[in-house]
Ligand binder design. Sequence first.
Ligand code: SF4
Ligand code: SF4
Length: 294
Amino acid sequence: MKDSPAEKRIHQALYYERLVDDHCACILCPRGCVIAPGSFGHCGARANAGGTLVLPYYGLISSIAIDPVEKKPLRMFLPGSLTYSVGFWHCTMDCPFCQNWEIAHPDKVERRYLEPAQLVAMALTSGCPSISFTYSEPCLHIEYLIEAMTLARSAGLKTILVTNGNLRPEPAASVLPLTDATNVDLKTWIPDRYGKILGGDIKAVKAFIALAYRLCHVEVTSLLVPGVLDTPDQIEKIARFLAGISRTIPLHITPYHEAYLWDKRPLGAAESARIAEPAFALIDHVYYQPPWLH
Ligand code: SF4
Ligand code: SF4
């Protein structure tokens, strides 16, 4: 698709500080990149143009599909409904088992541009009661999200955010009040693995979940990945953390399959069930998906 005139506008980023020598400090995610003029941040989605942080991929949509809301996964929000699902490009994290790696870490970005108003009009035409921002990391495109979610809500659509939650408090406090329901990944309980293997920050994710509980409907997903989240002790700690906020927060425990850079064999059915088991006594809604149903 040809670039539209709108796409040629320079979109300035929110959440950055100007430093000396035209460097920019991005303060959207915990990584806190300091970006030199002419360079991109670690995620590849935010760039320094002469001392201004800009969004070279503003409004570029990677994927659109209509999914059952249970696929997000959300089990206690508009159950049985379909949701108009939209993905962007890039991600704030580097999970080596990423199942959306083609759009999270793209070699090439397709230039399919949609203004937020166009996207919301398409979602309305679909007849779905909600619009979901999902697939890679939507919060990396928070400027677009704020606009699209505001429009969607005023048009009567519910808004869903499927996110890694790896965001700083100030942007989290901007996007969550516009969100009706969110599913947040909690990928391991070991801070070192969050940082070194996944490129995220568990403290930020925990804070995001706690804030989400105050501002919207929240469900949490923990994927059983060998070498990342693979012990009952970790699931017990995750469930205890959620119970400390509210026993009513649903936890989805889901199986992984080999993808992207991670080729470790998936955990077996008996082992997966043993790892998931501690959650059932600690919180009210555990949705455990055995490997053979994946
Ligand atoms: S959003 Fe991107 S540029 Fe900003 S701190 Fe995170 S990885 Fe760096
Ligand atoms: S947070 Fe999700 S989209 Fe991003 S790298 Fe990890 S698995 Fe992929």
